[in-house]
Every structure is written in C-alpha cells, then in structure tokens.
Ligand binder design. Structure first.
Ligand SMILES: [Zn+2]
Length: 156
C-alpha cells in the first residue's frame, strides 16, 4: 500500500487508508495528514494487527517506561474488544505519564462502549482537563462525553 494512501487518525493516532470513512481502531472520523507513519502504524493499516501488537510488546519489554507503547497496546486491545487488556495497558501508560490526556480518552471511550457511563464521563473530564484549549481532539472527546451524559438521568 502506498504511503500516500494512508492518513493518521486524529484521535488514536493510528494510520488508516485515506478512503475509509472511520478509523478501524477507535472508530473516529477525524484525521490529520502530513506526519511520517511509523512501522507499527503501517502494519495496522495493512490489517497486520498481530505484528503491530508484537512490535509494541517488544518495545515495552525493552523499555517498561515507554508510555506510548503501552498506550498503543491499549488501543489495539480496544480494537479487538479485549477490555481487560485495555484497562491494564491504559493504566500502565497513565502511570508512566500522568499528565498525558491520551490514556483518559481511550479509557473513556472503552468504558462508554461497555455502558459504564459515569466512569466514562470521569475519564473524559480528566482528558479534557489535560488537553490544551486548541487541541483538535477536544471536539471528539466532548462529543463522546455528551453521548455518555445522555444515558444518565437528569438529576445525575
Ligand atoms: Zn483512531
């Protein structure tokens, strides 16, 4: 697949074919162009998820403090709906880099898809408090938060 036929997802950061309307990992429809794609991102875009998972697992073995690799493993686990692994890897990523919003975004989306509305809202709030005002991910996180809030009673 030609590099030019790939774009980077604006929410999870993984690559996807430019002609696909939604991200295969997080379901996001927002994407950014331009930046170089890494080997594991290209593997995901080619549906070689096992190879990408092995790549990141190896990265974590070599450097357990690699929060980006932990986060990538969490997103891949989310893509195959392995929620236990999502929580393990997202929490590990958070532990390595507590000020980063990314793991909170992923946990919010995962908890929302499991119908755990209150917990997902807490994660989205934690993400929003860590995202800069101009961050393009704010809109997607806010939309997820509104959707989760809609499942709760008025008085909550
Ligand atoms: Zn995505």
């Amino acid at each position: 697949m030609a590099e030019s036929a790939l774009k980077r997802c604006g929410l999870c950061g993984f690559a996807r074919p430019a002609d696909e309307p939604a991200c295969r990992i997080c379901g996001g429809a927002q994407f950014s162009a331009g930046s170089e794609l890494s080997l594991p991102h290209r593997l995901v875009a080619q549906d070689r998820w096992q190879d990408a998972f092995a790549y990141y697992e190896d990265a974590v073995v070599r450097d357990p403090a690699n929060s980006d690799a932990c986060l990538a493993l969490a997103w891949l686990a989310y893509a195959v709906r392995d929620f236990r692994a999502v929580e393990v890897w997202a929490h590990e990523s958070q532990r390595q880099d507590p000020s980063a919003p990314h793991a909170h975004i992923l946990l919010g989306i995962a908890l929302k898809s499991a119908g755990r509305w209150e917990e997902s809202i807490q994660e989205f709030d934690a993400a929003l408090s860590r995202l800069g005002e101009g961050d393009p991910r704010r809109a997607a996180v806010t939309a997820h938060r509104i959707e989760a809030r809609g499942h709760l009673p008025e008085w909550w």
